[in-house]
Design a protein around this ligand. Structure first.
Ligand SMILES: Nc1ncnc2c1ncn2[C@@H]1O[C@H](COP(=O)(O)OP(=O)(O)OP(=O)(O)O)[C@@H](O)[C@H]1O
Ligand SMILES: [Mg+2]
Length: 251
């Protein structure tokens, strides 16, 4: 479903990714872990076409995104980025809802504008999604009237309204108060149980262990280890993974 081959990414002079390869199969849940600054967000942003990269390719289904010349992206690249963003939804640490729109308007905006759905169809679908994330009573609220956990669930519903074939989550709970983490994780857990192809960066190790089919460990822009949750959490092979896990589990 998602295939990343020989991905190279520079930030200025800094060569962050030096050839990353990763395959995500349909229905698979892949969790990215690793220290702060190791490249998890950058990786997810590359997969979604939000970030330029200098070498390699990213293939989602039949769409191929190749390295883009930042100053002069070719027409093909722009088309590929647009197609990939339609197929792959993304949820960020900061919810990025439109503040001047109600919950319902936030959700139906893109289905109407981008997918060309009519208002009543998209509203009906939005209401079903809001029930799914347990927010049917907040349809007419504005983002500022919601808790962080509620806003994040709206953001998830909004991404799902585009009928993505895969979802990327970038630390979806790390800006939430502890008591709201559970409700968001439980929505994500339901989605992955239903077979949604998912890539998720998280510092929630218990959650990672519970939902991952595969765990990928990043460190300083390298993928240092990949394995089942069992392998990574109980029997990590590299010293760097061991050090990271012992640091994070201590906190
Ligand atoms: N726009 C940018 N310009 C320059 N460097 C950047 C930019 N964005 C990220 N970086 C650098 O790239 C590296 C990887 O950052 P990234 O945000 O991908 O890490 P991360 O693994 O998501 O970290 P965290 O767990 O804190 O979210 C970091 O050293 C960061 O400083
Ligand atoms: Mg990050």
């Amino acid at each position: 479903m998602i295939s990343v081959r020989d991905l190279h990414k520079y930030y200025g002079e800094r060569h962050l990714f030096k050839g990353i390869d990763l395959e995500v199969h349909k229905g698979e849940v892949v969790v990215l872990i690793g220290p702060s600054g190791s490249g998890k967000s950058t990786f997810l942003r590359c997969v979604n076409g939000l970030e330029y990269f200098q070498k390699g390719e990213i293939i989602v289904d039949d769409i191929e995104l190749r390295s883009i010349n930042r100053k002069n992206p070719g027409r093909g690249d722009i088309d590929a980025v647009r197609k990939i963003r339609r197929k792959v939804g993304m949820v960020f640490q900061q919810f990025n809802l439109f503040p001047h729109m109600t919950v319902l308007e936030n959700i139906i905006e893109s289905p109407i504008k981008v997918l060309g759905l009519d208002k009543s169809t998209s509203t009906e679908k939005a209401l079903a999604l809001l029930r799914r994330v347990n927010l049917q009573m907040k349809v007419q609220s504005y983002p500022e009237e919601l808790s962080g956990g509620e806003q994040q669930r709206v953001a998830i519903a909004r991404a799902l309204a585009m009928k993505p074939e895969a979802m990327l989550f970038d630390e979806p709970t790390s800006s939430l108060d502890p008591e709201m983490v559970g409700e968001v994780l439980s929505v994500i857990k339901d989605l992955v149980t239903e077979g949604l192809t998912t890539l998720i960066a998280t510092h929630e190790m218990g959650f990672a262990r519970e939902i991952a089919d595969r765990v990928v460990v990043f460190d300083k822009g390298d993928v240092i280890e990949t394995g089942s949750p069992e392998e990574i959490f109980t029997n990590p092979k590299t010293e760097r993974t061991k050090a990271f896990l012992s640091r994070i589990l201590k906190n």
